[in-house]
Design a protein around this ligand. Sequence first.
Ligand SMILES: Nc1ncnc2c1ncn2[C@@H]1O[C@H](COP(=O)(O)OP(=O)(O)OP(=O)(O)O)[C@@H](O)[C@H]1O
Ligand SMILES: [Mg+2]
Length: 383
Amino acid sequence: MEPDNPFIYGELVGAGAFADREGERKRLTRDLAAGQKVFLISPRRYGKSSLIRDVLRGLARQKILTVEVTVAASSSYVGFLESYAQALIAADTPASRLRRWAGELLQVVRPELRFDTDAVGQSRFALAFPSVRTTRDTARLATEVFALPGRIAAARKQRLAIALDEFQAIASFNGGSVEHALRAAVQDQRAVGYVFAGSEPSLMERMLGPRRPFYKAGPVMRLEKINEALFADFLDGRFVASGMRPEEGLGAAIVDLAANVPYDVQRLAHETWDDIKAAGRKTVGLADLHATLTRLLGEQHTICEESWLRLTLPQRAVLRALVLEDGRELLSADVRMRHRLPGASTVQAALAALVRQDIVMKEGGRYVASDSLYREWVARQTF
Ligand SMILES: Nc1ncnc2c1ncn2[C@@H]1O[C@H](COP(=O)(O)OP(=O)(O)OP(=O)(O)O)[C@@H](O)[C@H]1O
Ligand SMILES: [Mg+2]
């Protein structure tokens, strides 16, 4: 059989495509099994969701009941409570028992249940709280839903591990009171481990600050980049295992071009592998990597251009300077002169706007383009 592309991006990576993260995996597994409330923070696309999925899979094998909800997928607070309650009730529950189980668990606020069969014949269960209208109703519902994990653990005599992914979105649902209600509920649930994962580091850090409900609620894990050398070896190894011969230094060059952002690394490796495969070749070299990069830039041209056109002139100038200067000293008189940048306060405002739009992120003391393809496009196509 022909080997499949061993590099995966745009979806959660499973065990085989996983590089490194050994320490993080062990620690998160142990903490969740022990009922800790863990905060997992990193910039976008570093691998939080993949790590969580992998850890939950391991916990499920230890007979721990696992539940995963993406907070940011909800358009309102009640919507979030519905999706959360639905996931909790459905976890490991046979379809025939859903109705009774929901009735036993939710006695204060009665849900409306719907059972649909979708196009491929899979039955789907959906839960809603149409009677909840006022802020007071919502607060009452929240208390009930946030208490569910504890009740489920007691009723089933089973430990739970719950992942609330994209947790920073909770701040957009009338902020403080949600955090209070959730914090108050989870701290009593000794048999339930939680991981609150967030991809907007500054928002998450603020949420953990003094005078906020989650202050010192549990351990904080900051997911860093994957070790460069390890990641490079991993890439070379996977090229070899799929029958290709990588030129010396190929893995390292991919990691470097992709600024070592896991998503970007996998994208570049995946696309390079595809190009070599399509050409019916067995060896992969640095020239191939650059050819693939050029192809990708061509394909992304329209998207990059649209993004560029949406920026104000100062934002364009700052982004370009940031790419060419490697994100350093952007406020210095020297850099501003060289790149014809406006005054320092305007540069600062433009940087803040670029960060808000997720085009740029702060990494250590410097600013970097969030997407390595966009970075290359700016370097090559703008003036
Ligand atoms: N440990 C890993 N080894 C190899 N590749 C990884 C690893 N973790 C993540 N990736 C790559 O990065 C991509 C993004 O990972 P994931 O969606 O888990 O990140 P995330 O931090 O949850 O991102 P977001 O903030 O956008 O939700 C994956 O599709 C995969 O290609
Ligand atoms: Mg994610």
